[in-house]
Design a protein around this ligand. Structure first.
Ligand code: K7E
Ligand code: CUA
Length: 758
């Protein structure tokens, strides 16, 4: 009793003390109550995790950035179109092959202008399996597997020279949309066409890339495109629910202006914004699939294209005017509305899908465009138009019905409005010049609300200055209440992230290790996988294949000797089973740099064209003896004979050294035994993390027993040199086993493991 009362009093005093401290800190740092509230809403304590995971375009960095919400902590940059050394991406043979898939006319293109990531969907909801992103410049689409967050495939668009309206997936990820930006003659090798032929020969297109869910890859042979007029197509979105089977792509510069400022003509920006409206293109992909099957296509560069004449005949392609230089096009979660914003207009236009379908069915058209495409009447297609601010761009949906958020570029603002009733609800200033914006799962059939991220183009004065090139600024906004509340700024230091998507973290199920000997880029066992003890060097077709392993704390082999000019292919398997035990591998002066995650097999092929001594080592600080995770590549000058294999070591060992090490090891064994006893007398099998650690420790103890035997065998032959060295190695394995065992013990203690009877 007494102790309870005393404890209660202490707690009260503690709370009062903490309150005082908080006030003191607020005062010292000049924080308002609003600041502290924002911090409390978004702070994720150490060891805790975020509710949502964001995949953000990395802009011209050609990467994808992964971060958590609400903490805004960056978790990863995924190498996609650009080599990324940490992941060995673009350095190992396996990932070089992925990047080679993105070659254009045989040329390596080692960057991408990424714009719009898309998460794979099932029935219009994110399923967390795959991620896609486009490259506006080149134009290409990449597939990332969310099992390991690695890029698996890059496909090059066979007919476009530039794109923008990708990637957007159809509701079951049947297809991935990619639409052109700047018109050009269709076909990668269409060649030169003078601008005087712009109207006749230049074209836009929208490609529907077929996605094979089982293989996790795009199937180019089963993909097709619609030929579109040479308007500059812009963004796309796939219809859902009510509008399932359709896609929408908008456009600007339907004036078809071709520029020529250097010839005294007005620049593109003037010529491209003359008309009051441009065109929204509706493409009926579901029906188009049958048209393609029936062969009513033209093959361009080996790719099936539905020409405009066919689209008109088959009823696959319609235009609706949209005011003025539109940018975003976003279907509502139920698919009944499409919201389009015009960059040069203050309105957002809400189109009514039922009205659109009625007009199409009745063939009630307002006219035809110069290519004969039917145009629906703007007024007859509209539900409403709402004045949202100057320079509206993109729209995202809330979990609350009818509530949306539109980014307002010129006014640097987010407008919250009701698209059913057509009225503005709230406006919030951001810093500065917002492009896209993103709500949680806000482009799916089930938006999750809660948070909004404003992807701002400019940061200007928000952060400590770092020179003329500023980071971008992502701002986190609380949208749970009636009023939007700005809570946090996050500098983005890698490129211009145009769009981002956020998925509930619980929908992602990444692996922690690969199956042993795995080629992750092809999702299969590597032909070069190697088990511990089976390391070897094999000369085949003039190439020296080194089959090696890495495990704490050694690389096998430790010495590779070749003659100058020898082509070498080093295949390394990380034989760790532990979580987070990645090893690296880099050789001086060769551009060889590998990341070998547990279970993975990767290869580096190169020519040893320079004679000399080239140290190699592990680049991840993986263990206490990480610095000793090293080896030597010796390249003999051409024609020089191999020297005798003996090595001169700095240290000689005696029987006394051996005995000293041996008895020390026996002492360590006692400590290990006590840790093992602790673990096995608890219900450790209820903790998957600990089971993994125990497996790992058991491995290390096996290696230890092995080394002990070798030490004893050499001692029996009175070879004290090798006996002492093996006793030392035995000790190394013990240290690793003890380290892992202690981690497991701490975990059990902290997670309330119970003693079980044995
Ligand atoms: Cu920057 Cu979607 Cu390419 Cu708008 S896009 S901002
Ligand atoms: Cu392996 Cu450091």
């Amino acid at each position: 009793m007494l102790s309870t009362a005393a404890g209660f009093g202490l707690a009260l005093a503690g709370a009062a003390h903490a309150q005082g401290q908080l006030e003191a800190i607020m005062k010292a740092r000049g924080l308002t109550e609003k600041d502290v509230l924002a911090a409390a809403k978004t702070y994720v304590p150490t060891g805790k995790r975020d509710d949502f995971i964001v995949f953000s375009s990395g802009g011209q960095s050609g990467q994808i950035m992964v971060y958590g919400i609400p903490s805004m902590r960056i978790l990863k940059f995924i190498g996609v179109f650009t080599p990324e050394p940490w992941q060995g991406y673009g350095f190992d043979d396996e990932s070089k092959k992925v990047l080679a898939g993105g070659r254009i006319n045989g040329k390596d293109i080692l960057f991408g202008d990424t714009h719009h990531p898309a998460i794979s969907e099932t029935k219009g909801a994110y399923d967390g399996e795959y991620l896609f992103i486009n490259d506006k410049n080149n134009p290409r689409v990449a597939v990332i597997d969310l099992k390991d967050f690695e890029t698996k495939q890059i496909v090059v668009n066979p007919i476009m020279m530039s794109e923008h309206g990708g990637t957007f997936v159809t509701p079951n990820t049947e297809y991935v949309m990619e639409a052109t930006q700047y018109p050009a003659p269709l076909g990668k090798n269409a060649g030169y066409v003078p601008l005087s032929k712009f109207n006749e020969k230049f074209r836009g297109a929208v490609t529907y890339w077929k996605f094979d869910r089982k293989k996790g890859r795009i199937v180019p042979e089963e993909s097709f495109s619609f030929e579109l007029p040479p308007y500059s197509q812009d963004l796309s979105d796939a219809g859902k629910r009510a509008s399932y089977g359709w896609g929408a792509t908008n456009s600007f510069c339907s004036e078809r202006y071709v520029g020529g400022i250097e010839k005294g003509r007005p620049p593109f920006e003037a010529g491209c914004s003359q008309k009051d409206t441009d065109f929204l293109h509706l493409t009926y992909w579901k029906k188009a699939v049958d048209v393609v099957k029936a062969g009513k296509v033209k093959k361009i560069n080996g790719h099936d294209v539905i020409m405009m004449d066919t689209s008109i005949k088959e009823g696959l392609l319609y235009l609706i005017p949209e005011p003025k230089s539109p940018h975003g096009v976003d279907f509502s979660p139920d698919g009944k509305y499409i919201i389009v914003s015009g960059k040069l207009d203050t309105h957002a236009s809400v189109y009514d899908w039922a009205k659109i379908q009625k007009l199409i069915k009745a063939k009630d058209f307002a006219g035809k465009d110069p290519y004969g495409l039917p145009i629906l009447d703007l007024k007859k297609s509209l539900h409403t138009q709402v004045e949202v601010g100057l320079g509206p761009l993109h729209t995202q949906y809330d979990s609350k019905p009818c509530v949306v958020y539109t980014s307002i570029y010129v006014d640097s603002m987010v407008t919250k409005w009701d698209y059913c009733k057509g009225k503005v609800l709230d406006q919030l200033h951001i810093h500065y010049n917002i492009g896209h914006l993103m709500t949680m799962e806000g482009d799916t059939v089930e938006p999750q609300g809660k948070w909004l991220v404003s992807l701002n183009k400019l940061a200007i004065d928000r952060f400590n200055p770092v020179g003329p090139l500023h980071p971008q600024n992502h701002q986190l906004i609380d949208i749970t209440g009636d009023k939007m509340i700005l809570t946090k700024d996050m500098p983005v230091p890698l490129g211009e992230p145009h769009y981002a998507v956020a998925i509930r973290a619980s929908k992602l199920h990444p692996i922690v290790r690969y199956k042993l000997g795995w080629n992750s880029r092809e999702d299969k066992k590597s032909e070069f996988r190697t088990r511990p003890g089976r390391e070897k060097m094999v000369m085949k077709d003039g190439v020296l294949h080194v089959y090696g392993t890495v495990i704490r704390s050694h690389i096998t082999p430790e010495i590779i000797e070749v003659e100058q000019g020898q082509k070498i292919s080093i295949h390394l398997t990380n034989v760790e089973r532990a979580e987070d035990e990645t090893h690296g591998f880099a050789i001086s002066g060769t551009n060889v740099n590998l990341s070998i995650e547990p279970g993975k097999t990767v290869s580096a092929t190169f020519v040893a064209d320079k004679a000399g001594v080239f140290p190699y080592y592990c680049t991840e600080f993986c263990s206490a003896l990480h610095l000793e995770m090293e080896g030597i590549l010796l390249v003999r000058p051409k024609g020089m004979k191999a020297q005798n294999a003996s090595v001169s070591e700095g240290q000689k060992y005696t029987e006394a050294d051996y005995k000293k090490q041996y008895s020390q090891n026996l002492g360590v064994q006692k400590v290990i035994d006590s840790v093992v006893n602790f673990i096995v007398s608890r219900n450790f099998k209820d903790y998957p993390t600990v089971v993994g650690l125990v497996e790992d420790a058991t491995d290390q103890l096996k290696f230890a027993a092995d080394a002990k035997k070798k030490a004893e065998d050499f001692a029996a032959k009175k070879d004290w040199q090798n006996a002492t060295l093996w006793a030392q190695q035995w000790f190394q394995y013990q240290v690793k086993a003890a380290d892992i065992g202690l981690r497991a013990k701490t975990y059990l203690e902290q997670n309330g493991a119970k003693v079980i009877k044995k």
